[in-house]
Design a protein around this ligand. Sequence first.
Ligand SMILES: *[C@@H]1O[C@H](CO)[C@@H](O)[C@H](O)[C@H]1NC(C)=O
Ligand SMILES: *[C@@H]1O[C@H](CO)[C@@H](O)[C@H](O)[C@H]1NC(C)=O
Ligand SMILES: *[C@@H]1O[C@H](CO)[C@@H](O)[C@H](O)[C@H]1NC(C)=O
Ligand SMILES: *[C@@H]1O[C@H](CO)[C@@H](O)[C@H](O)[C@H]1NC(C)=O
Ligand SMILES: *[C@@H]1O[C@H](CO)[C@@H](O)[C@H](O)[C@H]1NC(C)=O
Ligand SMILES: *[C@@H]1O[C@H](CO)[C@@H](O)[C@H](O)[C@H]1NC(C)=O
Ligand SMILES: *[C@@H]1O[C@H](CO)[C@@H](O)[C@H](O)[C@H]1NC(C)=O
Ligand SMILES: *[C@@H]1O[C@H](CO)[C@@H](O)[C@H](O)[C@H]1NC(C)=O
Ligand SMILES: *[C@@H]1O[C@H](CO)[C@@H](O)[C@H](O)[C@H]1NC(C)=O
Ligand SMILES: *[C@@H]1O[C@H](CO)[C@@H](O)[C@H](O)[C@H]1NC(C)=O
Ligand SMILES: *[C@@H]1O[C@H](CO)[C@@H](O)[C@H](O)[C@H]1NC(C)=O
Ligand SMILES: *[C@@H]1O[C@H](CO)[C@@H](O)[C@H](O)[C@H]1NC(C)=O
Length: 602
Amino acid sequence: MLLAGALALSWLVLPPVLAQLSLPEPPYTPPDASLGTEASNDSTPNTQWSNLLGNLLYFYDEQRSGKLPSNKRVSWRNDSALDDGSDVNLDLSGGYYDAGDYVKYTFPLSFSLMSICWGALDAGQGYELANQTAYLDDMLRWGLDWMIKAHPSANTLYVQVGDGNLDNAYWGGDRDIPGPRPSYQINDTSPGTDAAAQASAAFAACSALYSNRTLSTSTSTTALGNSSYASTLQSHARALYNFATNATGGMQTYQTAVPQSGDAYASSAYSDELAIAALFLALTETSNATAYYADAVKWYYSDNLGSQLKAGDETVFNWDAKTPGIAVLGAQLASSYPDVVSGSNATLSVWQSAVEGYFGAIVNDSGRSHLTDGGLLLFPGDSDEASLNPALNVAMLMMRYALANLTTTQSVQDQYTAFAQGQLNYALGKNPMSVPYVVGTHPNSPANPHSAISTGYAPTGANASLSAPDDLDTTPAQEAYVLYGGLVGGPDAQDRFWDLRSDWVQNEVALDYSAPLLTLAAQALVRGVGDPYYTQVKAGAYDAVRPGGTPCDAAIKTGCSTKGGLSKGGKIAIAVVVTVVGLIIIGLGAYWIWRAQGNGRY
Ligand SMILES: *[C@@H]1O[C@H](CO)[C@@H](O)[C@H](O)[C@H]1NC(C)=O
Ligand SMILES: *[C@@H]1O[C@H](CO)[C@@H](O)[C@H](O)[C@H]1NC(C)=O
Ligand SMILES: *[C@@H]1O[C@H](CO)[C@@H](O)[C@H](O)[C@H]1NC(C)=O
Ligand SMILES: *[C@@H]1O[C@H](CO)[C@@H](O)[C@H](O)[C@H]1NC(C)=O
Ligand SMILES: *[C@@H]1O[C@H](CO)[C@@H](O)[C@H](O)[C@H]1NC(C)=O
Ligand SMILES: *[C@@H]1O[C@H](CO)[C@@H](O)[C@H](O)[C@H]1NC(C)=O
Ligand SMILES: *[C@@H]1O[C@H](CO)[C@@H](O)[C@H](O)[C@H]1NC(C)=O
Ligand SMILES: *[C@@H]1O[C@H](CO)[C@@H](O)[C@H](O)[C@H]1NC(C)=O
Ligand SMILES: *[C@@H]1O[C@H](CO)[C@@H](O)[C@H](O)[C@H]1NC(C)=O
Ligand SMILES: *[C@@H]1O[C@H](CO)[C@@H](O)[C@H](O)[C@H]1NC(C)=O
Ligand SMILES: *[C@@H]1O[C@H](CO)[C@@H](O)[C@H](O)[C@H]1NC(C)=O
Ligand SMILES: *[C@@H]1O[C@H](CO)[C@@H](O)[C@H](O)[C@H]1NC(C)=O
């Protein structure tokens, strides 16, 4: 207890620090979307990839909460939610709004930060080539400094600030965000094993980045190196891992302690977060790496996580599910730090066979995932909302594994690179809609992201702070601000995309949606490949193929009765539905009750 108290005190006296690297002057700001149709004139570094990376980071500036710096880049954003934490006598202002709304959620935030730091660990050179390292530093610190505030003592972590239901009712700008905005915590007696472990993983991965650790490649960036920041992050990582593993209340998923977070981000298990946290701790801890590695292996086997990588049961990599990332990171560690792994039965070849079984099922279409007719990788169920997210997370992991030369044969390496590039191309415009799904990068980019902050809707009247327009899609006719760099959810299983503001399934933006694309863009810069696909996409091509009718998804049901040709994917999905119809009915029942209560990822 005494030790925990001393640690807590040393965290609290740290002053908030903005970017250590000086930001470019004049600042990088996204070019007009019309530039997206033009081929680059140079090859290294590629202008278009550099701009894409810049825009993707700019999105996180647009999502900032709290007091904005005097040199803010997004002129239309204002200070907001400055009183966050006042209900618990803490300063919990700052950090990022999660998605199209104004709630702050620690679980998906920490997944996104972990993912971005990991990407910078092995493709950091891409940020340097694009002159974006200072913005990366700034972006990471805006999130990590908030997470430090959200972890005020060893066994307390705030996992949510803001009321999801209240927030769903509000559709205005950042000056009238309604309150109260309650702060929800996990603690020693009401723990959240997964949320604590995921936060630990984010701190550990970013600590490794700030301490210049390398991971199987020679392309990491060292410009961020800062040993005092790295050690602050490391002490949070350690403490949160101890909290996750040794809380008096035992081990449980965090929504047991904080049901409010379960409305939007219920976690299905915690052993995957424990394993990935222990692996990143093994990377960042130089003296105790072997013990953390052994812990990771213990979690991996004790919950049989390997079964989630087998063809037919292969899982996704996302804010909830970490297993594919565990195996890839395990392989990277085993190849980069053989001494850390030497006493364990989880050798490089064990990870390689797990990873290649998983990727092989995807690439060879022999598992439960499949491609749409237009070529997007879908996982039935997981891809029903935000279809691009599972595909881009696989592409990111696959490209990383291939670039690190971890494949057992050259042919497999070539297949992975081609497959990952195909998914990236799809997201960037090589799809039946001719839509690059990143807002503001091309004339065909989505114009209607589901994002309260960008619409410019100004509610008036007695209950202004609790009103949404009757028709989100037409009020106002055009969104007031271009939400540059936001990746939207993505098309349906027939590759159709309607670009409707009300359709949060297809059009919402989120911190975790853009995260894998940052790493894929950084990798593209390191690889020195030609322009992103969208330079080949004709402006206006989307207007010619924009689907009629309306979607059929969890946000909009009016399209559900219309007949349409089913793709192979649709037919498989129906077969699955028929087989497990009982389960689905039970699931939908619960889902409708949940929706009727006003929940959902708005
Ligand atoms: C390193 O980070 C610390 C903590 O954020 C900060 O106070 C310091 O200025 C940074 N050092 C350098 C050299 O930028
Ligand atoms: C390539 O150069 C032309 C002529 O200077 C310019 O108009 C165009 O914007 C450049 N392309 C890019 C992607 O910067
Ligand atoms: C990065 O900055 C250097 C030096 O100012 C400049 O020569 C280069 O063109 C910049 N690269 C990009 C992609 O902006
Ligand atoms: C920020 O404040 C300005 C007025 O100063 C307003 O025009 C703008 O819409 C606000 N931004 C948002 C996102 O609400
Ligand atoms: C611990 O967390 C639970 C769940 O959020 C909360 O109800 C309880 O008040 C917290 N305990 C303390 C001492 O703050
Ligand atoms: C992977 O192999 C290629 C070709 O031999 C080499 O150029 C590259 O540097 C290697 N990358 C790593 C991370 O070892
Ligand atoms: C990281 O590497 C850079 C460049 O070599 C160096 O200047 C910096 O001191 C290093 N930082 C740490 C924390 O090792
Ligand atoms: C803390 O957790 C670790 C990992 O599960 C376990 O080995 C250890 O026995 C625990 N310590 C205590 C005091 O419960
Ligand atoms: C070493 O790692 C283990 C995790 O396996 C942890 O329980 C222990 O506290 C760590 N020791 C130190 C000195 O950090
Ligand atoms: C490694 O050891 C664990 C625990 O003893 C066991 O479950 C697992 O099957 C072993 N793995 C291999 C590849 O031998
Ligand atoms: C796909 O299957 C073929 C035939 O079994 C095999 O040769 C190939 O390596 C597999 N591809 C991948 C990426 O696993
Ligand atoms: C404002 O909201 C309150 C409470 O929901 C309701 O009773 C009242 O009728 C509303 N007023 C207007 C003008 O809509």
